[in-house]
Ligand binder design. Structure first.
Ligand code: AMP
Length: 591
């Protein structure tokens, strides 16, 4: 973790103010190291992944350096997917919301040209796009990069994996010689190293140290965020976990307060701990956490900065509501529990796009992190009944019931009723209008256990016809790589198209499960092509393709269903059919 603050980095005052308004407390490690060289115009190679805060790492300095009077495209950002292009563009819009002259154009394949051309003509000074479409616009003359100041390659290794490296190099060749390059890549395959050596000049190599630590006294679990509301998930987890005290980590000061308020609204008492509180207030809060009891605190919501070094033996659970920026922060965070030899629990919420960070964390802690399911309605209700009975027992044992006994006796004489009925009425009063048990019918969290077959039969074994070629008979296959391996649909399409020569256009529906995935291919694909696919490896695992015959699995780890959308051909050039257009972006739409 870094101790530098945002105002020490040299950002433009407007940008600095926006960052403060957004509520970022401190720069993430990749930000602290990227911002100064990028501000000074130096090239950088940043080894960082999604979730490390890399978007702001390049966006903040580049926005700070935007020349207000310069009407040319000053910054071009290439991303492997349309989704990432949109995310990056939205983030830049947000970070630059107080700059009057900011104009962004977001350009990607699979969408109409008109709006993109209009945005480009309208004086965009920052362009975010996928390589294929960016190249098209440069060729058409609708995107002019002759005066470009900075080129950002975001997730360069993904662009390579998806077969875009030639397009990226083509674009690099068309940029002015003196442009600055910021290349971000989570891994450094040989081809990315080659690009780095060929195009980057006197660059700063930024690699976030991934510390390792073994935390054997801490039981780690992960809940894969998928479709459900994180707040609902958290409420459920807090209901069934047997905890003494919990610290929940979020990223911003504002989030500590917002989450505390939301939990309190749901009847879960929680308090924030953040840098806006005075030292004395913070100490008081921590003291109440340490003591617990009637006036104490059991759930605290904090950021990395304020919770650093917190030593409260009562903390039985650490919940990483927002995934940390790096493994070091994760180790710091979970080290708040399992103290003084007691067993601690760490629960991490990880979204599908944060799988790579999850893998790094597993490596850093040298332990696999168990995937957890959310508690079901039955489990929650069973727990509520258990707690209710325990509370009655406790109240009976405390014995200071005389005054109540007298009043109740009096009540029964005035309003004769069955004792059980009377007790039920009292229990209901005690719940203050909140339902005692959850209603399964009204359950707004789908259980992740036993994913049911949906209307379109997506989870079943039946292949779905191609949208553009509905008459082609399709077969559903299974490959032995899944969510656990960090698989993304684009990677699978790339590997299959690359190895077999099947055009991306003929690759159908893809579904990613925990340890395997399914992919629909034309029935005409021959054994030779299937053998080639079988022998291909993704993340070190053979695809081993085989017809998919099984029933849907009982557990689905946040995989997500993706639908191929792009009509254009895909694949590495060497596998393109003669005359086929060059490599283009492949786009998936989340269900
Ligand atoms: P990224 O790695 O760029 O996808 O960013 C991951 C998440 O971290 C995004 O939701 C950002 O809004 C958030 N974020 C980025 N920088 C900071 C920061 N310095 N403090 C708190 N949150 C941040």
């Amino acid at each position: 973790m870094t101790s530098l603050s945002f105002d020490q980095l040299g950002l433009h005052p407007t940008i600095l103010q926006t960052v403060t308004d957004i509520g970022y407390e401190t720069p993430s490690p990749i930000q602290a190291q990227s911002i100064p060289p990028l501000l000074s115009g130096q090239d950088i190679l940043g080894q960082a992944q999604t979730g490390s805060g890399k978007t702001a790492a390049f966006a903040l300095p580049l926005l700070s350096r935007l020349e207000p009077k310069n009407k040319n495209v000053q910054v071009l950002i290439l991303t492997p997917t349309r989704e990432l292009a949109m995310q990056v563009s939205a983030a830049i819009q947000n970070y630059g919301r107080d700059l009057k002259t900011l104009k962004i154009a977001t350009i990607y394949g699979g969408a109409a040209y008109d709006k993109q051309i209009r945005d480009l003509r309208n004086g965009a000074n920052i362009v975010v796009g996928t390589p294929g479409r960016v190249m098209d616009h440069i060729k058409k003359g609708t995107l002019k990069i002759g005066e470009l100041k900075t080129l950002v390659l975001d997730e360069a290794d993904e662009m390579l994996r998806m077969g875009f490296i030639d397009d990226v190099e083509w674009i690099l060749e068309h940029t002015p010689d003196n442009r600055q390059i910021a290349l971000y890549s989570a891994t450094m395959p040989a081809q990315i190293k080659k690009v780095t050596e060929k195009y980057l000049v006197d660059y700063a190599h930024i690699k976030i140290q991934q510390k390792t630590a073994t935390a054997t006294s801490i039981k780690q679990r992960v809940w894969m965020v998928r479709g459900y509301n994180k707040l609902d998930a958290l409420s459920r987890i807090l209901e069934v976990e047997d905890y003494q005290a919990v610290i929940i980590f979020v990223r911003t000061k504002a989030a500590t307060e917002e989450l505390a308020m939301q939990l309190n609204k749901r009847g879960i008492s929680a308090e924030p701990l953040n840098g806006d509180m005075s030292q004395a207030q913070r100490e008081k809060t921590v003291d109440r956490l340490r003591k617990g009891g009637v006036n104490g605190i059991s759930i605290l919501i904090g950021t990395d900065v304020v919770a650093r070094g917190l030593d409260v033996p009562r903390i039985s659970h650490v919940i990483n509501y927002d995934i940390p920026f790096d493994t070091e922060s994760y180790i710091h965070r979970i080290g708040r529990t399992g103290r003084a030899g007691s067993e601690g629990h760490a629960i991490l919420f990880a979204a599908p796009r944060e799988t790579r960070m999850l893998k790094s964390i597993e490596r850093a802690t040298r332990q696999p992190i168990d995937v957890m399911d959310l508690p079901t309605v039955e489990e929650i209700n069973a727990k509520r009944i258990k707690v209710f009975k325990e509370e009655i027992k406790k109240a009976l044992e405390e014995k200071d019931l005389d005054i109540y006994t007298t009043v109740i006796k009096e009540f029964q004489e005035e309003n004769p009723c069955e004792p059980q009925e009377l007790m039920a009425a009292l229990a209901k009063m005690n719940h203050k209008g909140r339902p005692f048990l959850l209603n399964k019918q009204l359950d707004n969290i789908k259980s992740t256990r036993g994913v049911s077959e949906d209307k379109k039969g997506r989870m079943g074994g039946k292949a779905i016809p191609l949208r553009d070629n509905p008459n082609v008979k399709m077969v559903r296959y299974k490959v032995q790589v899944g969510y656990k391996d960090g698989l993304r649909p684009g990677t699978l399409v790339g590997a299959v198209a690359n190895e077999s020569g099947i055009s991306g256009r003929m690759i159908g529906h893809i579904e990613i499960f925990t340890t395997f995935s399914t992919i629909d291919l034309p029935s005409s694909v021959d054994k030779d092509a299937l053998d080639k696919i079988s022998n291909a490896k993704i993340r070190g695992r053979f695809l081993n393709i085989a017809p998919f015959t099984e029933k849907p699995p009982t557990r689905h780890r946040g995989g997500g269903s993706f639908k191929k959308k792009d009509k254009k051909s895909f694949g590495h050039k060497k596998h393109n059919n003669a005359g086929a257009p060059p490599t283009r972006g492949k786009h998936f739409k989340k269900k």
